[in-house]
Design a protein around this ligand. Structure first.
Ligand code: ADP
Ligand code: MG
Ligand code: MG
Ligand code: MG
Ligand code: MG
Ligand code: MG
Length: 603
């Protein structure tokens, strides 16, 4: 959600008056970071994941499930609980999210270089849910913490516990169905971000998602709630608030590189993998209670978080600040930056004059095209040059599929990091661990075998769009490079190989096979994860999105009208709870021999 600093957030008009000054502070801080940290060498390969988790309450009598607005009560208790845990490997860092029904959990200590750490990810993720579940259970046996990428009827009817009021008087963004009371009261930043986005944009957020047309879906489909709204398109599901996007949950992984150059190289090689992993992670087929024709959340948050003015929306290549990664960073890959995204020329020239490489200066120049949407008053004018608040703040308010995280000025232990951000959260801890470990293995594979997957940005973006389509893992082809060839390949070829390309999973197996320091237990775990990725790409396992879709389509009360009723949602989320807590098996989304694996890790 962005940098969390205590204090009073400025109003948009106050930020607007100070924009020039803030930009100067930010650029100067970036230059200072660069000079201080450009020669760091041999930083450890540390890494960590972030999972966003959803709180829900079941009402078994009425066959209902609602979002539980309780994060603000749980977070202080969780903080206290973890302060008392001595063993740092068992501690969790909990972060507030924009919505009060979401919490973010992160391992307290990042994982380290040891391959055996691949074996601790899933247990750590399970521990996170267990910590929260235990607190919830003290109050009620109907409350649960689950991995839900987009709550099916988020924005439809009355969908929270406790009940809240809906409609424009209850929303700073004038939303009809996403009131301000959804937002986390724990940090003033949240409300400020929502208000300032709305004011800068000068109008309501407008998200249109193509509906899945079933045999009894009205044609054209028109959402009654928005029948007088000119922003609404026929045959589309409509969302009208930034909160529609911030309520979605994702899985992110951050990797520290050994050096500044290493971080740019890693970023450039992870860039083309973003749409591939988005496609494999797809988990969002339902929006506001309707089955849609998309499977992932990315483009939906992109539209919801869009702060561009009407004029900016007309400018070519001026995309939402929540969007695909616009540039490769190394000069070597500059020729693949084939889309002309706007940059702040003055900033680019200043950075180049300070010795920052040209292509990287363009990346930063593009960051500085954006206005900082949140500024905490106490940090507006730096008292000294001991921290890099303005740069960090801006960097954390631009949400691309990758984020280069330079070392903060006030933390000498932190190196250059790359954050991998495209993936939807998976229903099970196993699924989240599998994708996390797979991406971590890809970073090792790329560096060890010196692979080059880079393709033009325009093709990466086309892949991003294809990844969103219903059942893209089985239906779509993606641009992919191997050697000197770029061709369109299906997911099965990219992951499992073809005559010309060994495939990402076989490459990962080769890497694991060649490392002598991996113990048998870790090998077994990693192989289960590789099997999940491999089978999903081959189509023998379903993505979460396909499984959810199929659950709705085959529900006895579904009427072929694209509508996901309260009852269907109840049964679906109940099923997700049973599966993710190990009470029920689900062979369509994970391989059946998982029981052995779970036993191995019972601690
Ligand atoms: P943000 O929300 O800005 O992305 P978080 O603090 O929520 O940041 O998450 C940061 C992630 O980076 C966590 O997964 C954490 O484990 C990981 N991390 C923290 N320090 C390091 C480090 N030195 N090297 C690599 N990863 C790190
Ligand atoms: Mg988050
Ligand atoms: Mg954050
Ligand atoms: Mg975070
Ligand atoms: Mg989020
Ligand atoms: Mg993050």
């Amino acid at each position: 959600m962005g940098l969390l600093s205590e204090g009073r957030p400025l109003k948009w008009t106050e930020i607007k008056d100070a924009l020039k000054q803030i930009r100067t502070y930010g650029v100067d801080q970036l230059i200072q970071v660069y000079h201080k940290c450009k020669n760091r060498q041999r930083d450890a390969f540390t890494w960590g994941d972030e999972v966003e988790l959803t709180l829900v309450r079941f009402d078994h009598e009425n066959k209902k499930v609602q979002l539980l607005l309780k994060a603000h009560k749980l977070l202080p208790a969780l903080r206290k609980l973890n302060e008392e845990i001595q063993d740092e490997a068992c501690r969790i860092a909990w972060h507030p999210e924009a919505c009060d029904f979401v919490v973010e959990g992160v391992p307290f200590q990042p994982y380290g270089f040891l391959p055996s750490h691949f074996n601790t990810v899933e247990a750590n993720m399970r521990l996170r849910r267990e910590q929260v579940q235990k607190l919830l259970a003290e109050q009620s046996d109907c409350d649960f913490i689950l991995n839900i990428a987009a709550f099916p009827r988020y924005g439809q009817g009355a969908y929270t516990h406790p009940a809240v009021e809906y409609g424009p008087p209850h929303s700073a963004e004038e939303s009809l169905c996403f009131p301000d009371s959804l937002l986390s009261p724990i940090h003033p930043r949240t409300k400020s971000l929502s208000e300032n986005t709305h004011e800068r944009r000068q109008g309501k957020a407008s998200v249109n998602i193509p509906i899945f047309k079933d045999s009894s879906t009205p044609s054209p489909f028109r959402d009654d709630l928005f029948k007088d709204d000119p922003n609404v398109k026929d045959d589309h599901i409509h969302l009208d608030s930034t909160a529609a996007g911030w309520g979605c949950c994702c899985l992110q992984v951050t990797f520290q590189a050994e050096s500044f150059e290493g971080s740019l190289h890693l970023y450039d090689q992870l860039l083309p993998l973003c749409p591939i992993m988005l496609c494999l992670s797809a988990a969002c087929p339902i929006w506001r209670g309707y089955l849609s024709d998309v499977d992932c959340r990315w483009n939906i948050i992109s539209a919801a978080a869009d702060d561009r003015t009407a004029v900016e929306r007309q400018q070519e290549n001026m995309l939402s600040r929540y969007g695909p990664t616009p540039f490769y960073l190394t000069d070597e890959k500059k020729h693949l930056n084939d889309l002309d995204f706007p940059v702040c020329d003055e900033v680019v020239q200043k950075l180049i004059s300070q010795g920052i490489p040209e292509t990287l200066s363009h990346h930063f120049g593009h960051l500085f095209v954006r206005d900082p949407l949140v500024i905490i008053e106490e940090f507006l004018h730096p008292k000294d040059d001991s921290n890099s608040y303005h740069f960090e703040n801006l960097n954390s308010l631009v949400w691309n599929t990758l984020r280069l995280k330079p070392p903060p000025l006030d933390d000498d232990l932190m190196g250059w990091r790359v954050e991998f951000r495209p993936m939807d959260i998976q229903m099970t801890d196993f699924g989240n661990a599998a994708l996390t470990v797979f991406v971590a293995l890809m970073t090792r594979v790329i560096l060890t075998y010196n692979l080059d997957f880079a393709i033009p940005i325009s093709q990466v973006n086309e892949n991003m769009n294809r990844a969103h389509h219903r059942d893209s893992a089985r239906q779509k082809k993606f641009y992919f490079r191997f050697g000197n060839e770029i061709s369109e390949m299906c997911m099965n070829e990219i992951i499992n190989g073809n005559n010309n390309f060994p495939g990402l999973v076989p490459l990962a197996r080769q890497y694991v096979g060649e490392r002598e320091d991996i113990d048998a237990d870790t090998r077994f775990t990693v192989e289960q994860y590789l099997l999940l990725v491999s089978k999903r790409a081959a189509g023998t396992l379903m993505t979460n999105a396909s499984w959810i879709r199929q659950f709705v389509l085959s529900h006895p009360s579904y009427k072929q009208d694209s509508i996901v009723t309260e009852e269907i949602q109840y049964d679906l989320v109940r099923k997700m709870e049973q599966i993710s807590n190990g009470h029920e098996d689900c062979p369509q989304i994970r391989q059946p021999n998982m029981e052995t694996h779970t036993d191995l890790h019972a601690e």
